[in-house]
Write a protein that binds this ligand. Structure first.
Ligand code: SAM
Length: 195
């Protein structure tokens, strides 16, 4: 695939899962460059149709919301609302924590945790995470998302959508592909019912 927007390969270590962004067993990390490329293609398509944004973005298979969080960090000035849902309610706790990093207060809370961990264990990894947190803070300093909603839903089921989940401009999802994560559903055709 030829990149149209993220043309140069960059170092995305500040976004690494488990560093500042939270990680949990069973969650996956979408490649940052690819996620950024896809969302910029979406912005481009919408702009070409006269929709200048800011946009409402929904990931209905959000897992730990890694993908949404990196998109929110990198492109927040184009995004006004984020919806995140997953069938697995245990992952929604991580999703909520990751999405909290899109606010200054959430990032400050994370920095305090990392500071405490560094004082307790004196590990280089915690110091590096603190440096990354400073970098990520610089991405969120001026502009803020208006709303973030996180809820449980089986996206293959009828009427799965949250009542507030309306006027969505972009649906972006890394579907369960069966290696680390499989569909949890009663549907025989989950992808069809997803769409
Ligand atoms: C590849 S992971 C998504 C990871 C996510 N993009 C992230 O950045 O953390 C696929 C997700 O689909 C969820 N899933 C499986 N069946 C589902 C269903 N019927 N409805 C909604 N989510 C489902 C899984 O729980 C898993 O979190």
């Amino acid at each position: 695939m030829e990149y149209q927007f993220e043309k140069t390969r960059k170092n995305y270590e500040h976004f690494a899962s488990g560093r500042v962004l939270y990680n949990a067993h069973g969650t996956t990390s979408f490649p940052v460059r690819l996620g950024s490329e896809i969302i910029q293609r979406c912005f481009h398509i919408l702009r070409s149709k006269g929709n200048e944004g800011p946009y409402t973005v929904y990931d209905p298979c959000c897992g730990g919301a890694y993908l949404l969080t990196i998109i929110g960090l990198l492109h927040r000035r184009h995004i006004k609302t984020i919806f995140a849902s997953d069938i697995n309610h245990e992952l929604l706790d991580i999703a909520g924590k990751n999405l909290s990093l899109l606010s200054s207060s959430g990032m400050e809370t994370r920095k305090k945790q990392l500071q405490q961990l560094f004082e307790l264990y004196n590990k280089a990894s915690h110091l590096e995470a603190l440096e990354s947190a400073d970098y990520l803070t610089s991405l969120i300093s001026n502009e803020s998302l208006e709303e973030i909603y996180c809820f449980q839903a089986d996206i293959t089921a009828p009427k799965a959508l949250h009542e507030k989940c309306s006027n969505v401009d972009i649906v972006i999802a890394d579907l369960p592909y069966g290696e680390i994560v499989s569909w949890q559903t009663d549907s025989t055709y989950p992808v069809t019912h997803f769409f």
